[in-house]
Design a protein around this ligand. Sequence first.
Ligand code: ATP
Ligand code: MG
Ligand code: MG
Ligand code: MG
Length: 353
Amino acid sequence: MKTKLCLLYGGKSAEHNVSLQTAKAVIGALDLNKYEIHPVFISTEGQWIKGPQLNAPVEDVKALQFNDGEEISPNALGTAMVPADSRESEGYDMIFPLLHGPNGEDGTVQGMLELLNLPYVGNGVLASSAGMDKVIMKNLFAQAGIPQVDYTWYIRSTWKANPENAYKQVEEQIGYPCFVKPANLGSSVGISKCTSKEELEAAFEEAFQFDRKIIIEEGVKAREIELGVLGNDQPECSVAGEIVPKKDFYDYKAKYEDGDTALIIPAEIDQETYGKLKEIAIQSFKALDCSGLVRADFFLTEDGQIYMNEVNTMPGFTPFSMFPLLWKHTGVDYPTLIGKLVELGMERHQEKQ
Ligand code: ATP
Ligand code: MG
Ligand code: MG
Ligand code: MG
């Protein structure tokens, strides 16, 4: 029996195009003797392309109070929500959300899949949403005693009410250089490095284009080291990899357009440092109650200080992305990695029951 695998890709976020690349690669790597592939494309407008648009306008709350209505199960609710053409989804063995950023990597799709009671690959609702919001993630890491750079955050309305106050607070607490980021995004979209008040102002404007919440971090001069983590209750780490961007930092262009960023695998680090990185990667995985996979991104300074930057609950996943490459060097090739993720998703689904 083939595994009926439904791939969800595209999505509403600024990482739509990255997701398309991933989907293309995953489809290309799947063994057609083992898997039946069911693609579901989500447009930038959020339409599940095979189905009708989801809108149910209501004039009055009374129209929402179906006290005498027929009781339905969450499964029926899910079936009704899924676009008409993909209603055979009830028969899927596994859903693979190949989605990055908000409305995909952030727990929303995962929540819908929970309602549908469908097994899915990767992190659950809580880990996905906590991992998407850099402020919440860092707060949880801080509580777990994980080393991080200093940070602060703003919501748009607080900033708008008194921008000068916000800049002053950032200058006093964080100073320069600092990094300004949308709280909920990835692929470096909306991120700026600032070395002056003028740049800080522009960076706030830029980051608030993408989110109502932003994070401002102390900028460190450090090597960028990443580890892959794979598993559920007993997660394991890959070898370490190093990213060497040709420019100031690893921005969107460096990630997807320039193609001149060096990925060095395994990273040239000593065993003691690797041991510490592994320990922190696992600690971080557990702090967010992750399952399936994460890519843990670190900073390593010249004097050996390690800072956890972030985990990505659905890291870039083309065969040329860091996460699959790390596992390849650890002895798990791309098709095998996909197979393992499907198994881990199944295992978590069964343990939940
Ligand atoms: P992705 O999810 O694609 O890894 P992201 O959008 O979540 O990216 P970060 O990983 O937080 O963004 O940051 C992107 C890049 O910006 C980092 O890889 C690094 O080059 C640089 N950077 C971010 N924060 C800092 C910092 N505090 N100090 C120095 N460099 C930083
Ligand atoms: Mg990220
Ligand atoms: Mg990301
Ligand atoms: Mg990162």
